[in-house]
Design a protein around this ligand. Structure first.
Ligand code: NCD
Ligand code: ZN
Length: 330
């Protein structure tokens, strides 16, 4: 038995730069038709020139002509002229609250100063992708940020707002309330809770932002995804950090899931008897919500088991050492 996926898309991906980019890009460009590329580089991708340069680097590293790098700009206040120039070369603009996660220091610290740019984005139909966490208590950050989402969704009803990597039951309910709001869900947030991260021995490899939450939250995310929620799509948030930055004091947040994303998703959907919904989650919803026409690329998964390696280069992948039952046919 095989699973054939048409133009799978990863709607939230960190590819990094330099040698890390070289090492990780092929895992995505080989098995996805496109991905939304996060702009949180050492020097944020906050100009059209940087978008162009980064896109070229990605294509050189990914070495695939059937892969679309959907670029994002790092949110700051942009002028009308800047947005007009960038519009056709980006899929959206990614907003980080200042300091909330890896390399977000130059993000937004005052949400009352951004409306002019948001209004231009609404007018020009440029989507707004958001890392939706406050800087409150870690388990409450996503809930606290819902008031910001609410204001944005109501003030800019035609702005397409994407709640990135949602992790709570309340976030799922929020998506239901606003037709202009979509969300991405990661692979790991469909699998783990906070217990897996710190309930036994501490697992730095499962430490990410937003942190995995309660069993009820996990259930709610799974219910939404496995019932074919029409505004919730896959975004891996695959975020590689070299092993020495994970296995240390002050470990970096981020889970590297790109090499296992499709095989593991196939297992999850198969386990709940909903393989029929995988195509929807992995591509169709994103195409509809963003109006995309990705490169045509068929990816076949075969029922051949394999063991996830302990390391890919310098990075430990999600699921290292586990035996998975679906392989990507090469
Ligand atoms: C991401 C990273 O490392 O860039 N880390 C993470 O834990 N998800 C940033 C992010 O998406 O928050
Ligand atoms: Zn991310």
């Amino acid at each position: 038995m095989n699973i054939v996926l048409n133009s799978p898309l990863d709607m939230h991906l960190h590819l990094r730069e330099g040698t890390m980019l070289q090492d990780v890009a092929p895992f995505t460009t080989g098995s996805f038709a496109g991905a939304v590329i996060m702009p949180n580089l050492v020097s944020p991708v906050d100009s059209l020139e940087k978008v162009r340069r980064y896109k070229e680097e990605i294509h050189a590293a990914g070495n695939s002509d059937s892969f679309a790098a959907y670029m994002t700009l790092f949110f700051k206040n942009y002028t009308r002229a800047e947005l007009i120039a960038a519009k056709d070369e980006i899929i959206g603009i990614k907003l980080y609250p200042a300091g909330i996660t890896t390399r977000s220091e130059s993000g937004v610290s005052n949400f009352s100063t951004i409306d002019e740019t948001l209004s231009l984005m609404e007018e020009m139909e440029i989507p707004l992708l958001v890392h939706g966490e406050s800087n409150g208590f870690v388990l409450d950050r996503e809930r606290e940020f819902l008031t910001v989402y609410e204001r944005l969704a109501e003030t800019f009803p035609k702005l397409h707002i994407i709640m990135e990597h949602i992790t709570t039951a309340e976030a799922v309910e929020f998506v239901d309330r606003y037709p202009n709001v979509s969300a991405t869900v990661t692979l790991h947030h469909l699998m783990i809770t906070l217990d897996d991260v710190i309930g036994g021995l501490m697992e730095p490899d499962l430490f990410c932002k937003p942190i995995a939450k309660r069993p009820e939250d996990l259930e709610s995310l799974r219910d939404a995804v496995f019932s074919g929620h029409e505004r919730i799509m896959f975004g891996s948030d695959s975020a590689p950090h070299p092993r020495h930055k994970k296995e240390c004091c002050g470990c970096a947040a981020g889970i590297f899931s790109a090499p296992v994303a499709l095989p593991m998703l196939a297992e999850l959907f198969e386990d709940v008897g909903r393989l029929d919904l995988l195509q929807n989650f992995i591509s169709d919803i994103a195409c509809k919500r963003y109006g995309l026409h990705p490169p045509e690329k068929q990816i076949t998964l075969e029922k051949i088991s394999w063991e996830v390696p302990e390391l890919y280069g310098k990075v430990k992948p999600f699921g290292a050492g586990r035996t998975l039952r679906w392989s990507i046919a090469r």
